[in-house]
Design a protein around this ligand. Structure first.
Ligand SMILES: *Cc1c(COP(=O)(O)O)cnc(C)c1O
Length: 397
């Protein structure tokens, strides 16, 4: 019986200490959230890198759009839901990404499904980094073409696979720009060389790259100063851009094709006007005041990385605001995260299958909206608790 099967599976998940629970919080500002009881937490776990969710310009744009145009879009972009706010946002995104054209989807997840499902065909082979986001993995799965997974950011491995794999159709390479769990950056210069050598089509997902890396905050291409290398740049409106939705930017012919062939785009109701207006205002803010926000984000990232290192934690090196702290065992990692929560600090505990066994970690993120005092206090609590947990571990053998 189905329910027996499900109950068994749930019991297994629970016994393995892997049960997932939905949290209930609301943000009082980009750095702090409250639960139902009114307890306030310092959040070091959000993707709201620039704090734009609470920027007055963004809130004003969203409110005005809802007042003027209503709450829902009432149809798909191809029927009655095609507001001009979406087109305006797409123009801005294309410009920001130095591309001819852009297309908005309803989530970043759907964008990857829509792009990969829409573009890839039987006979094509897609080469995918082993640490790519789940939406890329799922997009590859439903694409009907062969998927070849290469070792994380390992260009020698990718080259070997590109050489040995027999391909009758098109070669695709797909990668995260900034990897969501490790916070490291794809090796775009090497990807550019391999792409040319093997005539491959390159897709980069900058969900954690936009608003984070590059002088103008536009992501991986800008970070390396390689604007013409990536064929399609995927991204989300839900992280630094403080709204909901995803997008893809590239040549107009590709975008025109996706409008006609991408089912997740065609068969879903368009985003609400307020959501689109929020993303548009957030992007405008990033375009006009990039250095102000990026400077504080980067200063906060550097400070937090340094404080945690000085506190003896095993921080994975990097430059992004995604700061992985490797703890090792899954139980200890979750205990660490739970204890921090009781002390008023929210960080994510990441365990298998998201990361390999023995590499469970805290994933700490900072934003431009944290102040130095908050970070110093948090680092102190985290390092003190780590000393306690580490010694507790030893005693128990
Ligand atoms: C978060 C994320 C997505 C999904 O974006 P949503 O808008 O949250 O659906 C896709 N790709 C990567 C790399 C991400 O980190």
């Amino acid at each position: 019986m189905l329910e027996t099967r499900i109950a068994k599976e749930l019991a297994y998940i629970s016994q393995a200490g892997l049960a997932r629970r939905i949290t209930e919080l609301y943000f009082v500002n980009p750095a702090q959230a409250q639960d139902r009881t009114g307890k306030t937490y310092l959040v070091l776990a959000s993707n709201n890198y620039l704090g734009f969710t609470h920027a007055p310009e963004v809130i004003e744009a969203a409110s005005q759009a809802a007042l003027k145009f209503g709450t829902g879009s009432s149809g798909s972009r191809l029927t009655t839901g095609g507001t001009f706010i979406a087109s305006e946002l797409e123009k801005r995104l294309a410009d920001f990404k130095h591309s001819e054209s852009a297309l908005v989807f309803n989530t970043g997840y759907m964008t990857n499904l829509g792009v990969l499902y829409g573009l890839l065909q039987t006979g094509d082979v897609v080469f995918s980094d082993e640490l790519n986001h789940a939406s890329i993995i799922d997009g590859c799965r439903i694409s009907r073409c062969k998927v070849v997974v290469y070792k994380h950011n390992d260009m020698a491995d990718l080259q070997r696979l590109l050489e040995t794999e027999i391909v009758t159709g098109q070669r695709f390479i797909v990668t995260d720009g900034v990897f969501s769990m490790d916070g490291d950056i794809a090796d775009l210069p090497s990807l550019a060389v391999l792409k040319k050598q093997f005539n491959a089509f390159l897709i980069v997902d900058d969900a954690h790259g936009v608003g984070v890396i590059g002088n103008d905050g536009s992501g991986t291409a800008s970070h390396y100063g390689l604007t013409d290398v990536i064929d399609l740049q995927v991204g989300t409106l839900s992280k630094a851009l403080a709204a909901e939705g995803g997008y893809v930017a590239g040549k107009k012919i590709l975008i025109d094709y996706l409008i006609n062939r991408s089912r997740p785009f065609i068969f879903s109701t368009a985003l609400a006007p307020a959501t689109l207006a929020a993303a548009n205002a957030a992007l405008l803010l990033l375009q006009t005041q990039a250095s102000k926000y990026l400077d504080s984000l980067r200063a906060n990232s550097r400070l937090m990385r340094r404080l945690l290192l000085e506190g003896g934690l095993n921080v994975v090196e990097g430059i992004t605001p995604i700061i992985p702290v490797v703890i090792g065992e899954a139980g200890l990692t979750m205990q660490f995260a739970d204890r921090l929560k009781s002390k008023g600090i929210l960080v994510s505990g990441i365990r298998p299958p998201t990361v390999p066994r023995g590499e469970s970690r805290l994933r700490i993120t900072v934003t431009a909206a944290h102040c130095e005092e908050q970070l110093r206090q948090a680092a102190q609590i985290i390092t003190a608790l780590w000393q306690e947990l580490k010694h507790g571990e030893k005693k128990e053998g």
